[in-house]
Design a protein around this ligand. Structure first.
Ligand SMILES: [Zn+2]
Length: 460
């Protein structure tokens, strides 16, 4: 199979130029002016943007959590991702405390094998770091190609590790060429506030927000950065939401430490006023919660100034019926929000079209940086000869409206119902095959492959 994309505006982190893109098999074989080749399929992209497929390095598909499972499985989640222009995901394998990393990996392989439509990889969440887990770190990196290790500074008794385990893990990961990532919030402070609000009978979704004030995230982000500095491990903070946490990343940079930071699309464009809507606020119950307008400004600034490198989703959808588990108690609402399908279009519409970021920056934070940080560049995140042919063709002017009636995620509401968007993914090519063309899906489950990642250096 060969495809020639003619006359599109090819966008990379550094350039925008009108060029043709030739795809042969699963790879890009040439980019240049007036390419001529005898191909199976020609796409005229005049007036359209041609960009590397999006990479969302923070999703949870078919994940067991709070007594239920996130409602998108590997087929529905990867299908929705492709509709929105995302061609590569990284999900999280969660170790069960008391069991091995390999035990958890097998569970996630069982849920993903043969079901994905786009490519994917795993982060390994280490929830119980001990002598036998330590032995497995090297195996994960060398044999499985899993080079990033997620930690939780919250959810005590289920996912959280203490600082002693954190430092031990950091040393082991550094020794073997990996990276430590973190959910950076102070679990003990949050547990205290949750208990206090429940005792006081304050049980609406608003109290989910008020149980996780900015300081809980800022404190943990600083502590994590300090431990990473002390051990020298490549470090990455997931789903950063607020100015206080961002300031710790900036402080780390002043001592020439690189702490990578990821934010998620919702933290850039939604704010905590949504929690005032009584139980409807449950749609946006996620951890950390949405923040304030001043935090949005800080995050946009971080993207432009290079202190925030990645815009992900933390996609973790639950149907309304599942959200109702917490109808009478915010602490029982499954945490998570559906966004895998809309990340790129929201970032384009709210970011590029509203003059907050450039088109080059869009490609950088929606795709290229994640590939570089997580050891997949230039196989992914890149339009260049030899790279995987993951390509999106995007109409910057088409207007459309987001709705649960038209999205492809397996969830019965939209967190962005009625939002008017400018900019739409038209055609998506996934490793050389047309996956989406004008709202029609063309791939079968199982086409998506697990991507083994390389060791990382902690600099890009
Ligand atoms: Zn997450």
């Amino acid at each position: 199979m060969s495809i020639l994309i003619k006359n599109g505006k090819v966008v990379t982190p550094s350039e925008i130029s009108v060029a043709d893109v030739l795809i042969e098999g699963e790879k890009i074989s040439a980019i240049g002016d007036n390419l001529n080749a005898n191909v199976d399929h020609v796409i005229d992209a005049k007036g359209l943007l041609v960009m590397p497929g999006g990479i969302d390095p923070h999703v949870h598909l078919d994940m067991p959590f709070m007594g239920t499972f996130s409602s998108d499985d590997y087929t529905s989640g990867t299908t929705a991702a492709l509709f929105g222009g995302t061609t590569m995901l990284i999900d999280f394998v969660l170790q069960t405390q008391g069991k091995s990393l390999d035990h958890a990996l097998k569970q996630w392989q069982g849920r993903s094998n043969g079901k994905a439509c786009c490519d994917y990889s795993f982060h390994m969440a280490v929830t119980d770091f001990n002598e036998s887990t330590k032995e497995e770190i090297k195996v994960m990196i060398e044999k499985e190609g899993i080079t990033s290790f997620k930690t939780f500074m919250a959810y005590k008794g289920a996912l959280m590790i203490d600082d002693r385990q954190m430092v031990g893990l950091m040393n082991e990961v550094k020794r073997n060429g990996g990276m430590v990532t973190v959910h950076a919030t102070n679990g003990d402070m949050i547990d205290y506030l949750i208990a206090k609000h429940r005792e006081e009978g304050k049980l609406t979704p608003l109290y989910h927000y008020l149980s996780q004030p900015e300081i809980t995230e800022a404190e943990a982000s600083g502590r994590f950065s300090d431990m990473a500095f002390n051990t020298g491990v490549p470090a990455y903070i997931v789903h950063m939401t607020c100015e206080g946490a961002h300031n710790h990343v900036r402080l780390a940079a002043m001592r020439n430490q690189k702490v990578f930071a990821e934010t998620c699309i919702q933290y850039l464009i939604l704010d905590a006023s949504l929690y005032d809507k009584n139980f409807d606020g449950a749609k946006w119950v996620m951890s950390p919660p949405l923040r304030e307008k001043k935090d949005q400004e800080s995050l946009w600034a971080g993207i432009n100034q290079g202190s925030i490198q990645v815009v992900a989703t933390d996609h973790c959808p639950f149907k309304w019926e599942q959200k109702l588990m917490g109808k009478d108690d915010f602490s029982k609402i499954p945490n998570g929000h559906p966004a895998i399908e809309h990340r790129m279009e929201l970032l384009f519409s709210e970011g590029v079209n509203k003059g907050k970021i450039t088109l080059n920056k869009f490609v950088e934070v929606a795709s290229t940086n994640a590939a570089k940080i997580f050891g997949m560049f230039p196989q992914k995140g890149c339009l260049a000869p030899g790279s995987d042919a993951d390509v999106i063709i995007f109409d910057p002017n088409e207007e459309h409206i987001l709705s649960a009636k038209t999205h492809h995620m397996n969830v019965d509401y939209s967190s962005y119902e009625g939002w008017k968007m400018k900019g739409k993914t038209k055609t998506v090519i996934m490793r050389g095959k047309v996956a989406v063309d004008n709202n029609t899906f063309k791939l079968d489950p199982g086409y998506g492959k697990f991507v083994k990642r390389n060791k990382v250096s902690g600099i890009i």
